[in-house]
Write a protein that binds this ligand. Structure first.
Ligand code: WT7
Length: 629
């Protein structure tokens, strides 16, 4: 395969021009770099009103042949996966492409031996060990649809996902290590399965060695694996056959099972990976996400492996055994591209900088950010202390639904701008809309929308195409609506301002909570904040701000007065929060996103309507907020 990346601004400009003039020819040329059993009949068929999107329709392929077999010809001994265990005393593993291929084929045969076949849904509820990536690829090898459920989710959340997709098989582990904690995955899965009837076999990997209960449907991974060989021809898939389902939360309680398909997802993740990170052969790339999230699917497993990269998989957490683990691992494996989330940066930023400076980070070339807007303070800390002002930072905007990065700079090729995701990737047609759905020109602020399909757009919500239509294609007919607001500067750079559903009307004024948070965050003693609306007799709604302070607050009244003044000064007196509460943490999802729904209930004093808080990263802060409100 040719290098998919544009390595110069001239090459980038040319690609961008071609992509807008002849989008189909543009994507065809990229798709042609991959191995297909049969070329497609039709490059693109779409109708955003229906909605329906098909890419490379009629093409036949298997994504694992592109991620594995293809590289055996050119680089069998190249390391595909570096596994860094939770415990730094446990030896890291280096898995070559040849070994990975063999292990994937073997696990694929194991799944088949236990009845799995093309089109079946297989739920993976596993820790961040190589066997998780191998299971993902093994499903893809045989055409089974994987549904990875993050190993931090509760039994109820797991059961809901298994039932929604009607999964026939579960792959789990006895337990998982994460920092100082051991999660009893098998016990949680057992509890989940008391609410599920579709699972016929549960394969259990031994990771922690802890005691587990045993049921009729349970099979030990190592015993099942011993029964099969590693010869497994790939199932030939249609481009538009589902590759996986991945759940993401919606504005209502039920999670949405986003469906991604084989051909377009492969093309787009490889293309975006190589361009955004400017990965070069032999580089060591590390994305700190969990494979339980889309970031792990696209940028730990599929994107990197599709281009023959070396990808690091980390089992642990940034604070274990000490708060320098990220930097220690970067130095240990001589990481060249490092991709993490602003929430991790902000947490690490609170610690003394010598935790960073004592490690040799000289191999780093590119830093990445994903998951939420990165505030200026975190951006500069990352740039100064991790990148030593010598590594471009790619702020990558995308979603579970988009499958891959849609807006980002290309490291070192296109200009970066702190707190801006910058420009849409070539081939991505982003626009700003006003509330009526009119496109806004030039420098402006509005609702972000995409007006043309890209190959890795989710094709539907599993079992609920109507909801897919309602959530993403109905608010602004003819456009894909991601639910984010953005502003655009004179050069076309986008800054994501936050969810557009986080707007509060105060005394008839339309206030975005994101700019108010940005104002609060400017205060030297504020680390992070979240603003929500709550009902108010006179104003309709008033604002409630939850703020995390950097240092101990000696005088609460003084801090609150200063914060109100700061907001008044930055946005206007109308935006001053009625209530400001200093908290030690904000309720967050496991991926680090603030659960505003819960904050809204807390602000309104509706404690009996908080819903299930067990899937939160930090359920204890909910109690603290109630106590101190
Ligand atoms: C939402 C999608 C993309 C994988 C991880 C999250 C927010 C994501 C950025 C960014 C500002 C961002 C958006 C988006 N978001 N990246 N670089 N700057 N906001 O996936 O859980 O599907 O969440 O995360 O609000 O809509 P997700």
């Amino acid at each position: 395969m040719d290098d998919l990346a544009y390595r110069s601004i001239a090459a980038y400009e040319q690609a961008k021009d071609q992509a807008s003039a002849q989008p189909e020819a543009f994507w065809e040329a990229i798709a042609n770099q991959f191995e297909w059993h049969q070329k497609w009949d039709k490059t693109l068929e779409y109708d955003f009103h229906k909605p329906e999107v098909k890419w490379f329709f009629g093409g036949k392929l298997n994504i694992t042949e592109n991620c594995l077999d293809r590289h055996l010809k050119t680089q069998p001994n190249q390391t595909a996966i570096i596994f860094e265990p939770n415990d730094p005393k446990e030896t890291a593993q280096h898995i070559s492409y040849e070994e990975l291929h063999s292990r994937v084929c073997r696990v694929a045969n194991m799944l088949k031996a236990h009845g799995a076949k093309k089109g079946d849904r297989i739920c993976l509820y596993m820790p961040m060990v190589p066997e998780l990536a191998i299971s993902v690829l093994a499903c893809a090898r045989i055409g089974a649809i994987h549904s990875v459920v993050f190993a931090g989710f509760s039994a109820a959340a797991l059961a809901a996902r298994i039932n929604d997709a009607d999964c026939a098989m579960l792959v789990t582990a006895d337990g998982g290590f994460r920092g100082a904690k051991v999660t009893p995955l098998k016990a949680i899965a057992d509890e989940a399965l008391t609410h599920c009837t579709s699972i016929k076999t549960s394969i259990v990997l031994k990771r922690t060695g802890q005691e587990v209960a045993w049921n009729d449907i349970d099979v030990w991974w190592h015993e099942a694996l011993a029964e099969v060989d590693d010869h497994c021809p790939a199932e030939i898939m249609d481009s538009e056959d589902p590759l996986f389902i991945l759940y993401t939360s919606g504005s209502t309680g039920k999670p949405k099972g986003m469906v991604h398909t084989c051909g377009g997802y492969m093309v787009y993740t490889a293309y975006s990976f190589q361009n955004v990170f400017q990965y070069e052969k032999g580089d060591v790339y590390w994305c700190t996400a969990d494979i339980g999230w889309i970031t792990g699917h696209s940028y730990i497993v599929y994107g990197p492996l599709a281009v023959g990269a070396t990808t690091v998989m980390f089992e642990g957490v940034p604070s274990y055994p000490e708060c320098d683990r990220f930097w220690e691992v970067c130095a240990k494996h001589k990481v060249n591209q490092f991709y993490t989330a602003p929430t991790a940066i902000r947490a690490l930023q609170k610690h003394p900088v010598d935790l960073v400076s004592k490690h040799d980070l000289s191999t780093l070339k590119v830093l990445g950010s994903v998951g939420e807007p990165i505030n200026a303070e975190a951006w500069h800390w990352y740039d100064n202390h991790v990148g030593k002002n010598n590594c471009p930072i790619v702020d990558t905007w995308w979603q579970t639904e988009t499958g891959g990065i849609l807006i980002s700079s290309l490291a070192g090729v296109t200009p970066q701008k702190p707190t801006y995701a910058t420009l849409p990737m070539p081939g991505v047609q982003a626009v700003l809309l006003d509330n009526e759905g009119n496109e806004l020109a030039d420098e402006n602020e509005g609702i972000l929308a995409i007006k043309y399909p890209w190959p890795s757009i989710a094709r539907t919500i599993w079992g609920d195409h109507e909801r897919y239509k309602n959530v993403y294609f109905s608010a602004y007919p003819g456009y894909y609506f991601p639910g984010d607001g953005a502003l655009r500067d004179a050069k076309g750079n986008y800054r994501i301002t936050g969810r557009v559903d986080d707007v509060v009307i105060v005394s008839g004024h339309n206030l975005g909570t994101a700019p108010i948070e940005n104002a609060l965050n400017e205060h030297p003693n504020v680390v992070e904040s979240a603003v929500v609306g709550f009902p108010h007799d006179v104003k309709g709604n008033a604002l409630y701000a939850f703020v995390i302070a950097k240092n101990v607050v000696a005088d609460h009244e003084a801090l609150i007065a200063a914060l109100r003044a700061l907001v008044a000064q930055t946005i206007g007196p109308i935006a001053k929060p009625d209530r400001i509460q200093v908290v030690s943490g904000l309720p967050k999802t496991r991926s680090g996103k603030i659960m505003r729904r819960i904050l809204r209930k807390l602000a309104a004093g509706e404690y009996d309507q908080l819903g299930d808080v067990s899937t939160l990263l930090n359920p204890e802060v909910v109690e603290e907020i109630k106590r101190n409100s």
